[in-house]
Unconditional design. Structure first.
Ligand code: PMP
Length: 454
């Protein structure tokens, strides 16, 4: 049975973001079930998931109340369109809930199926906004080196990871990048003010270079996730917002990873006291129990796109599955679990165990940096702590680490440049962190013992 599945997978299933030939040789790792913070694979091995699936299962697996909410909605009404003025009850309640829990600048919600189409929708809305405003030259977009904003035709150009561009004719000519606030690798990285000042100066100079009348928006993640869990200093997000406001460009915060309790507050924007013009969310919105994302929009953007009362043309943007009622019912229950089911509170309570565990590994010969905020963190491996030199890619260290970790029954993200990413579920207990760090240390010790790595 297992062999059959592996053969079928190799033959037919195109997986996201992997080398196709490498996959044909290796075959899939098939996960069968999940419970709390643990997964069981098809061979019956139980593994600690320290990555919440793909930074999304913030509640942990197997919440009966989420299953019940989905079942009930499926029975009552499995689908309703949002087109032609139709709506479903959970979609309306969810829109109101999202406006309640996001920063007060955000007053309206457009629903997508995930993060990429939320980012793509935001881009389309921004283009519409500036055309409606009578400023049609404002069409250039700025984002950050190492940033990730999804894999859609336009959003993948705001993403700044080369594999998302190579052979895809990206970035588009109207997509620009500024340097990443990567404290660990900056000469003055210990000086938070200097890191912030440098980012602000980089944004100003990029806008200057392009011409302020041509720049539409600046997109950023509060913590750069898929680019290696790079945590900017506190105050960075606020400074970027103030800079955007000063320059008269839209400030778009992509909270697809950082939203829904991941960094210790419901949204990272809340902790930083920022008021974005637009915000994208997904992942933790439904905790991965069903696909859904959203673009949150400020009233001035919404009103400008809506146009005058005499304008009767529809705004031509939407999807069949925008505001899917089953996803919306799931999201409402997931948010209830964060707020009233104790998950957000637990995340705040256990975050120190996570931070201490990461920091303790700084003593390990392989670990050059440990960084985190809330339950989002990383270890950065280096072959020389003084020079911070990275391991030679020919050693295939990331693959070695993933394989060793799997054998040690723990799953985390092993990035190409030696960064290990962690995003434990908000339901983790103190004892889960003890297991996590014991397994991570064992994995690092085994990799260190590899004669190629020494
Ligand atoms: N934005 C950010 C910040 C993300 O991390 C991701 C996904 N990792 C996306 C957008 C795209 O989301 P999705 O994969 O749901 O399309």
């Amino acid at each position: 049975m297992q062999d059959d599945l592996i053969e079928l997978d190799k033959r037919y299933y195109i997986h996201p973001v992997i080398n196709y030939h490498a996959h044909e040789k290796r075959g899939a790792t098939i996960i069968k079930s999940g419970d709390g913070a643990y997964l069981t694979d098809i061979e019956g091995n139980t593994l600690l998931d320290a990555f919440s699936g793909l930074w999304c299962v913030n509640t942990g697996y197997g919440h009966e109340s989420i299953v019940e909410a989905a079942q009930e909605q499926m029975r009552t009404l499995p689908y309703a369109t949002g087109y032609f003025h139709f709506a479903s009850e959970p979609a309306i309640k969810l829109a109101a809930k999202l406006v309640e829990i996001t920063p007060s600048s955000l007053q309206h919600v457009f629903f997508s199926m995930g993060g990429s189409d939320a980012v793509d929708s935001a881009i389309r809305f921004i283009v519409h906004y500036f055309n409606s405003l009578g400023k049609p030259t404002k069409k250039q977009f700025i984002s950050i080196e190492r940033g990730y904003h999804g894999s859609s035709s336009q959003g993948a150009g705001l993403t700044a990871l080369p594999v998302f561009h190579n052979n895809f004719d990206l970035p588009l000519p109207n997509q620009h990048k500024i340097a990443c606030p990567y404290s660990y690798r900056l000469a003055h990285g210990d000086d938070a003010d200097a890191v912030i000042t440098e980012s602000v100066a980089a944004l100003k100079s990029k806008v200057d270079e392009i011409g302020v009348d041509n720049v539409a928006a600046f997109f950023c993640e509060p913590i750069i996730g898929s680019g290696g869990v790079i945590v900017p200093p506190k105050g960075w997000l606020k400074a970027m917002q103030e800079c955007c406001n000063e320059l008269g460009i839209l400030f778009v915060v992509d909270e697809v990873i950082t939203g829904f309790g991941r960094t210790g507050t419901m949204f990272a924007s809340e902790a930083e006291d920022v008021q974005p013009d637009l915000m994208t969310v997904a992942k933790g919105l439904t905790a991965g129990y069903a696909p859904m994302g959203a673009v949150m929009m400020s009233d001035h953007v919404y009103q400008t796109i809506a146009g005058s009362e005499s304008n009767s043309a529809p705004v031509g943007h939407g999807f069949t599955y925008s505001a899917h009622p089953v996803s919306a019912a799931i999201a409402l229950e997931v948010i209830r679990l964060y707020e009233e089911g104790g998950l957000l509170e637990n995340a705040q309570k256990v975050a120190p165990f996570f931070e201490q565990g990461l920091q303790a590994l700084l003593d390990h010969p392989l670990v050059g940096d440990a960084r985190s905020r809330g339950l989002l963190g990383a270890l950065e491996l280096v072959c020389d702590k003084q020079t911070k030199a990275q391991f030679d890619p020919s050693l295939k260290l990331p693959e070695k680490i993933s394989d060793a970790a799997y054998k040690n029954r723990v799953i985390f993200r092993s990035f190409a440049d030696g960064i290990l990413g962690f995003a434990p579920a908000l339901c983790y207990r103190e004892e889960d962190f003890a297991i996590l760090f014991e397994r991570v240390k064992k994995t690092l010790d085994e990799v260190l013992a590899d004669p190629d790595v020494q």
